[in-house]
Structures are given as structure tokens and as C-alpha cells.
Design a protein. Structure first.
Length: 211
């Protein structure tokens, strides 16, 4: 697989987009894929994570980070996919015409949704724009609590909105926040096996849908 673009998007702030982006990037890098990250969020959290990572582990020729305006995301990612197997775009928490370039160019749009109706409502705007741009969407239950009624309702409603729902769910685990602050991922933490396993399952689905 080569030259695939994944856009991570969600209207609601605090949905875990940057955490999911960073962890998917490292999971795919560990599988031998080269990965480029494009940050279009002015908050710059992904860039801070990347700097922490370089200071801790040094540079990696198979991984690159760049920033872009929302409108420049399509140009930047198209350029990067000529050199990298995977390009992941982290977007700001807003839904308007600025998001369209990142959706238009995507081979897959990943939409994290926390287990609450408020998050699900916020997802409708992303899904509507993705449909207009004919971009395939994978909704990921994030910070999920297992075997809850609310989680089941969110899963049903997401499917009703016409998006594919990931079988893998990302749990509400401290390991994600702790590793992000160190420039790492849960894959690189030996005592975070549940998180590592669920992330690996999600990466399997993402790669399958990008083929």
C-alpha cells in the first residue's frame, strides 16, 4: 500500500483527534510503513508531540511532520503521498468550508466520537461534508466504556447516519494521555497492553479500508 491519505476530523473539541492521529501514526510506522503527519490545527498539539518525540528518540527518516493552512492541506498531503506510504491530516475542531480540502483529498476520513449524544450530534456536520466530498468515513468510538447502554446507542446512531462504524473501540485509558505528553504512543508502553491491542485492531481496519 502506498500514498494513502487519512483525514482525522470532528467538529467537537476534545474528541481525541490528536491522540488518535499520533497513535495511529506510530502503529503504522511500527508495521514498516512510512508516515507523514500534516497538522492544520492552529492549536499545534500534534507538533508539540512530534517535537517531544524527536527530542526523546531522535529523527526517523520514515516519519515526517509538517503544518499547513486548512486550504493548503490538499496540496501538502498530495505532495507528501508521493514519498510516504501514509499521510495523516489532523484537523481543527470546526466544520465549515475550510475543512473541505482535507476531506476531498482523503482516501479515508476517521471520525472519533466519545460515548455521548453531544459528540454524536457534532458528528453529523462532519458526515454531511464528507458525503458531499464523496469521502469514505470510519466512525471510531473513543474513550469508550465497555458494555454501556449509551455506547450501544451511539453505535446504532452512527450507523444510521450512513457511516461505517469501527469494530475496534478505543477505551477511556490514562495511558493515552500519559504517553502523548512524552512524545510516545501506547504501543511503546509495555504495561499498556489493552490499549496497544485495541489500537492495533483499529489500525487493521483503517489499513483495510485504505486498500
Amino acid at each position: 500500500m502506498a500514498g494513502r491519505i487519512i483525514t482525522v476530523a470532528q467538529q467537537k473539541g476534545g474528541s481525541g483527534k490528536t491522540t488518535l492521529t499520533a497513535n495511529l501514526a506510530i502503529e503504522m510506522r511500527a508495521r514498516g510503513l512510512s508516515v507523514a503527519l500534516v497538522d492544520t490545527d492552529p492549536q499545534g498539539s500534534l507538533g508539540r508531540w512530534f517535537i517531544e518525540r524527536m527530542e526523546r528518540l531522535g529523527e526517523d527518516d520514515g516519519m515526517e511532520f509538517s503544518t499547513s493552512s486548512a486550504w493548503g492541506a490538499s496540496y501538502e498531503s498530495e505532495k507528501l503521498k508521493k514519498r510516504f506510504d501514509i499521510v495523516i491530516i489532523d484537523t481543527p475542531p470546526k466544520i465549515d468550508s475550510d475543512l473541505r480540502p482535507a476531506l476531498r483529498v482523503a482516501d479515508l476520513v476517521v471520525v472519533p466520537v466519545a460515548s455521548s449524544q453531544v459528540d454524536l450530534w457534532a458528528t453529523e456536520g462532519v458526515l454531511d461534508l464528507a458525503r458531499r466530498e464523496k469521502a469514505p468515513v470510519l466512525v471510531v468510538l473513543n474513550r469508550a466504556r465497555p458494555n454501556t447502554r449509551l455506547g450501544a446507542e451511539v453505535a446504532e446512531n452512527a450507523a444510521a447516519l450512513g457511516a461505517e462504524l469501527a469494530q475496534a473501540q478505543i477505551g477511556n485509558r490514562v495511558a493515552y494521555a500519559e504517553t502523548l505528553g512524552l512524545g510516545l504512543s501506547v504501543r511503546e508502553r509495555s504495561d499498556a497492553r489493552p490499549a496497544r491491542d485495541e489500537l492495533a485492531r483499529l489500525a487493521d481496519e483503517v489499513i483495510r479500508l485504505c486498500d
